[in-house]
Design a protein around this ligand. Sequence first.
Ligand SMILES: [Zn+2]
Length: 88
Amino acid sequence: MEKSTKKPAHPLRFYCAIFGHNYEMTKKVTSHVKEYTCTCCKHQLTTNGNGKLTELTPKYQEINAILERIYSRRMLRLKSQSLTSSIC
Ligand SMILES: [Zn+2]
């Protein structure tokens, strides 16, 4: 009998430890802040206020969610401004 249902959570973490993570961008929060996820072990990073990469902690997830809301609202306003410039 094969036991294929129970796999370790991060089978490739060992690979990452040796060769380094293989991050890909998973979310664009703003034009400066992005979130990255390692395709091997699903470790997440984000850009912090200094433009450096840091671990995506719950605190940063919260910050990014707020940033995203502000950013998308601003983008929306910019878009509607250019569309309705003749009215305003
Ligand atoms: Zn990794």
